[in-house]
Design a protein around this ligand. Structure first.
Ligand code: PEP
Ligand code: MN
Length: 359
């Protein structure tokens, strides 16, 4: 199914200034004073929306699960004073209903909720006929169809002010990131839905404060339209996600240090140089495809030979040897071992699938 998301109002998620569309604020609303203090500090940084979790989806019970309804009263009052709208997470129709009663019209759908089509459908139904703006975080698992499915459910409920947010993906094992980014997934989302504004949440990707700048810059370099960054007056004492929140002053320094590059340049010399280099890349890609096609012809031949001789098409020793020797060759050519491994695995998988056809 092809989704056509409306273009007309998507500018709501795109900053009109040089700065990216910026959402900042605490992981969770904790007290009225905390929320009001943060909001006033953020008014000086031209943030577009202030975030605050009211109901927190926590992995383990007995963690702080949010202040609940009382936080909506705080938001209503603070929004009125600072004139900056808040955005909160909603995970079910009750959340939507209560929030709407408190003049909140920007919601994000959290990663755990996006992964659940029943929950998304219920939220979409409860939003029908409202003038709301919805930011859909990627599902916790790297599944683009699930992410698009959530956007479609909202779109089918006539919610047109949609945006997507990359917050990284769950994994098991060691990583410098809490939720490692998979840039290829939001970029494929952009290819399929080019008019949909795309934001990045470096805080939940990183899970710490040291990598936030790098991830924020990377997302901007990849053409993301905005950032969501958790900001707390006193991060050490935050009731949730204390390791990844930064102070408003740190946010200010971060924004000053980010480089906002142009999406393109009309400079003549630049364009000529680029065209020239691209012609070379195009030629090389043609050669590359021809070589891969030749390789596949030989793969087919080997497949027939194995079949005739009743030999299994997957031969582990050969696979191991191939990978190891190419890794050494790749290294000598300055290719990263990660890239060479992925490329060879891809080629080998295709070869195996081709040879399996003889079975
Ligand atoms: C959050 O933004 O506080 C949050 C819980 O995010 P996620 O759904 O990305 O985990
Ligand atoms: Mn958080």
């Amino acid at each position: 199914m092809k989704t056509v998301l409306p273009v007309t109002q998507s500018f709501r998620w795109i900053s009109e200034t040089q700065q990216p569309f910026l959402i900042a604020g605490p992981c969770s609303a904790e007290t009225f004073e905390q929320l009001e203090g943060t909001a006033w500090a953020l008014t000086k940084l031209n943030v577009n929306l202030i975030r605050a979790g009211i109901w927190k989806p926590r992995t383990r019970p007995n963690s702080f699960e949010g202040v609940g309804e009382i936080g909506l009263e705080w938001i209503k009052e603070i929004q009125q004073k600072t004139k900056i709208p808040f955005i909160i997470e909603v995970a079910n129709p009750r959340h939507v209903e209560s929030a709407l009663k408190h003049n909140i019209s920007h919601f994000w759908i959290g990663a755990r909720t996006t992964a659940n089509p029943f929950a998304v459908q219920e939220i979409a139904d409860s939003l029908k006929g409202t003038q709301t703006n919805i930011l859909v975080k990627n599902p916790i698992n790297p599944d683009l169809a699930l992410w698009i499915g959530a956007l479609e459910r909202l779109n089918n409920a006539n919610i047109t002010n949609l945006a997507a947010c990359h917050r990284g993906f769950s994994f098991y094992g060691k990583s410098p990131f809490r939720n490692p980014p998979h840039w290829e997934i939001p970029l494929e989302l952009r290819r399929q839905l080019p008019t949909l504004p795309l934001l990045c949440d470096p805080s939940h990707i990183c899970g710490n404060t040291t990598l936030i700048k790098e991830i924020a810059q990377q997302s901007l370099d990849l053409g993301f339209n905005g950032l969501m960054i958790e900001t707390h007056l006193n991060p050490q004492n935050a009731l949730s996600d204390s390791h990844q929140q930064i102070t408003p002053l740190e946010l200010k320094n971060l924004l000053n240090s980010l480089i906002f590059k142009h999406s393109d340049s009309q400079d003549d010399l630049y364009k000529r140089q680029l065209d020239n280099l691209r012609i070379q890349i195009d030629e090389l890609d043609d050669n590359l495809l021809e070589i891969i096609a030749k390789r596949m012809q030989i793969v087919k031949h080997i497949g027939l030979l194995k079949a005739e001789n009743q030999v299994q098409y997957f031969q582990f020793e050969r696979y191991k040897e191939l990978l190891e020797s190419r890794l050494v060759a790749g290294e000598k050519l300055n290719l990263s071992s990660e890239f060479t491994t992925r490329l060879l695995q891809l080629l080998h998988l295709e070869a195996i699938q081709e040879q399996a056809k003889n079975e």
